[in-house]
Design a protein around this ligand. Structure first.
Ligand code: MG
Length: 158
């Protein structure tokens, strides 16, 4: 079996009064991600993992933040487009594992909705998409609530 692994990483700064989108789900929060798109840092890391698995560059190459086409865009659309690319190259997703590092708010209530949303877009079962959340014990920029950081890993098979 032909398999590929991909890893993705993304960070966005947080600012007050902005909506917070993570894993395709709107999160109740005092702060949101500063971004050209809707700032869904979890979807961005996931897209980079998918693209990375196939050595197709990164999300910035496919959806440049200088383009007005992508201003304020729903990141779910970006993920759907990346998945089209993955499938057009003959690959399918075995599983994805995403870790979100954020000091607050608590993300536990949103984990299942994020997994459901992402798996639906990716055309896989909820059991193939893991989302985990952690704080950084108040250390670093995440701990100071200055930003949100996400790591993603995917395995693809042909
Ligand atoms: Mg990003």
């Amino acid at each position: 079996m032909d398999i590929r692994i991909g890893n993705g990483y993304d960070v966005h700064a947080l600012a007050e009064g902005l909506p917070l989108w993570l894993g395709g789900v709107k999160i109740e929060s005092e702060t949101g991600c500063v971004a050209h798109s809707d700032g869904d840092v979890a979807i961005h890391a996931l897209c980079d993992a998918l693209l990375g698995a196939l050595a197709l560059g990164d999300i910035g190459k496919h959806f440049p933040d200088t383009s007005s086409e992508f201003k304020g865009i729903d990141s779910k659309i970006l993920l759907a487009r990346v998945m089209e690319l993955v499938r057009s190259e003959g690959w399918e997703v075995c599983n994805a594992d995403i870790t979100i590092a954020m000091q607050k708010p608590k993300l536990a209530p949103y984990i299942i909705p994020m997994r459901e949303c992402l798996s639906e877009i990716m055309g896989v079962s909820v059991g193939q998409v893991s989302v985990k959340a952690t704080t950084t014990e108040k250390l670093g920029f995440v701990g100071r609530c200055e930003g949100c950081e996400v790591y993603a890993v995917v395995l693809l098979k042909k």
